[in-house]
Design a protein. Structure first.
Lengths: 309, 311
């Protein structure tokens, strides 16, 4: 929103140096920079962020390194239940598939599901929440009462009923994970919009004749982005837990898909004889969820003006 | 107080309609013809048509919804299972005690330990105890309950042989491991909530006052601080019970406990929609009833809420 300040300064015939100085000062005040500075102080949060980025890199690059058909799902019955070795650092499972490769590929699946679910819930959550907060009155009542109802159904149950009705295809699963998060996000967006909609810059935009939709998406939501990102980070973590849980009980992604929950579900059958099968996928889930939680918590603290000196 | 309860009851009625409507809509969108499912693929067209009429499947959507709702509240009738032909209510109710036992034990563990750790962490703020508790909290929020369940089975059931591998229905011993596994997530949020509200309270004037008049630390912590800090924690525990009823589904699978969760999952696999709908609606309604009870209890124990309604 403050970009306009710099442009007008240039228009008022300031010299190039003065404009540069102003830009620099503006940068100093920039919320993003301030937030990042605060975020950096929190070692746990930075650690979480680094771990998460490493996972994203691994998730992206593993499709270049491994071939899904031959490395991930193809069965090698002769090599089953091998312990740790140079060829198979984490051993092989009951179908002779390399566990390390499957866990790495599973990260791809889990991150995709988490991010997909967040995208869906964020889209619907912010549209509904923004509409409720901005228009108030009946719109607000109808949307928020509906959200209250959705919120009163435990997430797992909602997801299971969707899966029961529409099957376990990926789009259905993404929606099943997202739908439980929509009420939380829309409540958050609504409260942000309520505090922002009476700000002067919104009034100014309205004076210029800006349309409601543009005010919401161009002026209000970008200013509410901090808390929303925090919530999204934690939502990704929760969604990864949910999809793993659903796959574990056989209502999520189906084997041979190397989703971590699905891997655990397969390993559960052989639990007593080959307990090592459950270690790697479980630790992968914990690491991902923990890194996201640490980063999210750190970001929340960094955005909290009370924490800033 | 009465006005508050009435208002909450009215809200509950609204929520009950909403929950049942959403779930009924979702599950009636299931592809496939129930009549064919009951009678099998080999049934004649006439018998399928007759069955459809008998089940009321040819009625408009809203007629079906309201008759479903009417049957629930007038007769406690959640319909019949497509597979076994048994009343859904009976199927749900024979399995409900196991789920309830597990949920209550889970919540007790998470509440007791959660409050204990939360208080400890707040009283010893910024010490290693606090840091260790927070790290522990972070760890247990990230552990999937079903994975922890598997690990507990390996350690306590297989290696040490202390407790049974699967959740026995007769003795409480079979519920200990499932309850521990299920309680971690709720314990984490109880610790966080207790710590936050204890920290809020601990810096207020009446705590300084209590110390100034010479109360010992134990009395200050448990009699003055904790009693006031517990209010939001009570609400959280109430919400947790409701959620836990839904959350036992996965834990029941790990320990093969015959509860509502197991029933629900077998019904999803066999496309037995009335049973799924019955289970989900039953648990969701129960969860909102528990929430209502918690809110009323909260209003009852918090003089501030109480006074705002007794004017």
């Amino acid at each position: 929103m403050s970009n306009t300040n710099v442009n007008t300064a240039a228009e008022r015939n300031f010299t190039a140096e003065q404009v540069a100085l102003m830009k620099q000062q503006y940068k100093k005040q920039n919320q993003l920079v301030a937030t990042w500075r605060q975020f950096k102080k929190n070692k746990m949060a930075v650690f979480g962020l680094i771990v998460f980025f490493l996972m994203v890199i691994v998730a992206i690059s593993c499709s270049f390194i491994f071939d899904y058909e031959t490395d991930i799902v193809e069965q090698h019955i002769m090599e089953r239940f091998q312990g740790f070795s140079r060829e198979h650092p984490l051993g092989t499972d009951q179908f002779g598939r390399d566990i390390l490769k499957r866990v790495l590929w599973g990260g791809r699946v889990s991150l995709f599901c988490g991010l997909g679910a967040v995208t869906i819930s964020l889209t619907f959550g912010s549209i509904l929440g923004a509409a409720a907060g901005f228009f108030g009155g009946y719109v607000d009542d109808v949307i928020m009462r509906f959200m209250d109802i959705l919120l009163s159904i435990p997430e797992t149950l909602l997801a299971i009923s969707l899966v029961a009705a529409f099957g376990t295809s990926l789009p259905v699963l993404l929606c099943a994970m997202a739908v439980g998060q929509i009420p939380k996000l829309s409540r958050l967006v609504r409260s942000q919009v309520l505090t922002l909609k009476n700000e002067q810059f919104v009034e100014a935009a309205r004076c210029c004749g800006t349309k409601n939709a543009r005010i919401i998406f161009k002026h209000i939501l970008p200013n509410a982005v901090g808390p929303i990102i925090v919530n999204c980070t934690l939502t990704v973590a929760r969604s990864i837990l949910t999809i793993a849980g659903l796959s574990f009980i056989g209502l999520g992604l189906q084997p041979p898909n190397p989703e971590w929950g699905a891997m655990l579900s397969e390993a559960k059958v052989r639990l007593i004889d080959y307990p090592y099968l459950i270690v790697a996928p479980g630790i992968a889930i914990i690491l991902t969820v923990m890194s996201l939680t640490m980063a999210g918590d750190g970001l929340r603290d960094a955005l909290d003006p009370k924490m800033r000196h | 107080m009465g006005r508050y309860i009435i208002r909450r009851l009215l809200q509950l009625i609204f929520v009950v309609f909403g929950i049942s409507f959403i779930l009924f809509t979702i599950l009636s969108l299931t592809p496939g013809d129930p009549a064919t499912l009951i009678l099998g693929e080999a049934a004649t067209a006439e018998s399928i048509a007759a069955k459809r009429a008998e089940l009321g499947l040819d009625d408009p959507f809203f007629v079906r919804y309201f008759s479903y709702l009417y049957n629930i509240f007038a007769h406690g009738d959640f319909g019949n299972s497509y597979r076994s032909g048994m009343p859904v209510f009976k199927e749900v109710f024979t399995r409900f005690p196991n789920t309830l036992k597990l949920a209550l034990l889970t919540i007790t563990i998470s509440a007791v330990l959660g409050i204990l750790f939360g208080v400890l962490s707040a009283v010893k703020q910024y010490t290693w105890i606090d840091n260790a508790t927070l790290a522990f909290t972070l760890l247990i929020t990230s552990v999937p309950s079903f994975w922890l369940g598997l690990m507990l089975i390996i350690l306590f059931a297989v290696q040490l042989g202390w407790l049974p591998v699967s959740g026995g229905t007769d003795s409480i011993r079979g519920f200990i491991l499932p309850a521990i596994a299920g309680s971690v997530g709720y314990m984490a949020n109880t610790i966080r909530q207790t710590r936050t509200s204890m920290l809020d309270v601990i810096h207020s004037d009446y705590i300084t006052m209590a110390r100034a008049k010479g109360c010992n630390e134990k009395t200050v912590t448990f009699k003055h601080a904790l009693r006031n800090a517990l209010l939001p924690v009570v609400t959280l525990i109430g919400i947790n019970i409701g959620w836990q009823l839904g959350g036992t589904i996965i834990i029941e699978q790990v320990f093969t406990i015959s509860g509502i969760g197991t029933l629900m999952i077998t019904s999803v696999r066999s496309k037995d929609i009335p049973v799924v709908l019955g289970c989900v609606t039953f648990v969701a309604l129960l969860a909102s009833l528990i929430n209502l009870a918690t809110d009323i209890l909260y209003a009852y124990i918090d003089p501030r809420v109480k006074s705002s309604y007794t004017k």
